[in-house]
Design a protein around this ligand. Structure first.
Ligand SMILES: NC(=O)c1ccc[n+]([C@@H]2O[C@H](COP(=O)([O-])OP(=O)(O)OC[C@H]3O[C@@H](n4cnc5c(N)ncnc54)[C@H](OP(=O)(O)O)[C@@H]3O)[C@@H](O)[C@H]2O)c1
Length: 281
């Protein structure tokens, strides 16, 4: 039986953290949201903290985002145990066990393998969320090109992914705090369909009412594109390596989102319709 009243959310202003805060507030949980920002604009009733360590005393559970915690990940888990926290929910990734050379996120400091392992080894109740690629990634990568033209240039037209709506990850995360049914599970969470880059562009064009064309760029050009938007050469190389593995191989679909939430997972088309403004001027 769940008796969690107070939950600390790290990465609370982020892609997963923001909708997770909203889900938990709606469920009546006392939310402590961690953000570096002085005015993060959390919903009424949420208490903001600048550091996870300060938010822990008296808390029952913690959502661990390794990007937000950085080097504070291990100290936060140790302090959580000391503070009497009973449950950890880790934000990991579906590819956390893969070779690091195919995990672009490693090269921006994310530690998806470690955050799960630390939660599992903590001695506390744990759940690990292992999402596939977030739908919001495609806004980050492509929105500028879509706003300014009808051609999207990127790697491997035929590489396949199963984008998951960020809000669906948060909804599963909320279940991990609000129920006991996910305890001790590593949840591989995907969107409901495997789509190639060309398919994704087709969906975007259809929803936005704007005919779009995907143009496959050579690997070198893709690596340069990433450097141009502020990522390291290693990040670009790992991204290319990751996608090259999925060419002509439909991405894994797990259906766990639907099973856990009792409703269909959000399709990419629905997600684009709900976030149309990201792609329009
Ligand atoms: N994107 C994907 O496709 C994908 C797929 C699977 C797994 N993941 C994993 O999910 C995690 C990221 O989750 P997310 O997208 O929800 O996070 P996010 O939105 O990028 O970041 C969450 C919050 O953390 C803070 N933050 C961001 N970068 C930071 C940094 N370098 N140092 C300190 N604080 C930082 C920011 O909050 P403040 O500014 O308010 O402090 C930000 O709003 C990563 O571990 C990633 O590898 C991502």
């Amino acid at each position: 039986m769940v008796t969690l009243n107070t939950v600390v959310i790290t990465g609370a202003t982020g892609n997963v953290g923001k909708p997770l805060v909203a889900e938990l507030v709606a469920a009546g949980i006392e939310v402590r949201a961690v953000s570096r920002r002085a005015a993060a604009g959390f919903p009424p009733g949420v208490t903001a903290f600048r550091s996870a360590l300060d938010a822990l005393p008296g808390a029952d559970a913690v959502f661990l985002n390794s990007r937000a915690l950085g080097g504070g990940l291990e100290p936060t888990i140790a302090a959580a145990r000391e503070a009497g926290v009973t449950r950890l929910v880790a934000l990991s990734a579906i590819n956390a066990d893969d070779d690091f050379a195919r995990q672009p996120s490693r090269f921006r400091g994310d530690r998806n393998r470690e955050v799960e392992r630390l939660a599992v080894d903590s001695g506390l109740e744990w759940v690990s969320l292992r999402p596939s690629v977030f739908a919001s990634n495609f806004a980050g990568m492509w929105a500028h090109q879509i706003r300014t033209g009808d051609v999207v240039v990127g790697p491997y037209a035929k590489s396949s992914t199963a984008p998951i709506a960020d809000g669906d990850i948060a909804a599963v995360g909320a279940r991990a705090f609000l129920t006991d049914c996910l305890l001790g599970r590593r949840l591989s969470l995907t969107g409901p369909e495997a789509l190639t880059n060309e398919d994704l562009i087709g969906v975007l064009g259809g929803v936005l009412g704007h005919e779009l064309r995907y143009v496959e760029a050579p690997e070198d050009a893709v690596r340069q594109q990433f450097q141009h938007i502020g990522f390291s050469a290693e990040f670009g190389a790992a991204y290319v390596a990751l996608l090259s593995e999925t060419v002509d191989r439909p991405a894994l679909i797990t259906h766990d989102v639907e099973r856990i939430l009792g409703r269909p997972a959000t399709t990419f088309s629905q997600w684009v319709a709900e976030h149309r403004s990201l792609f329009t001027n």
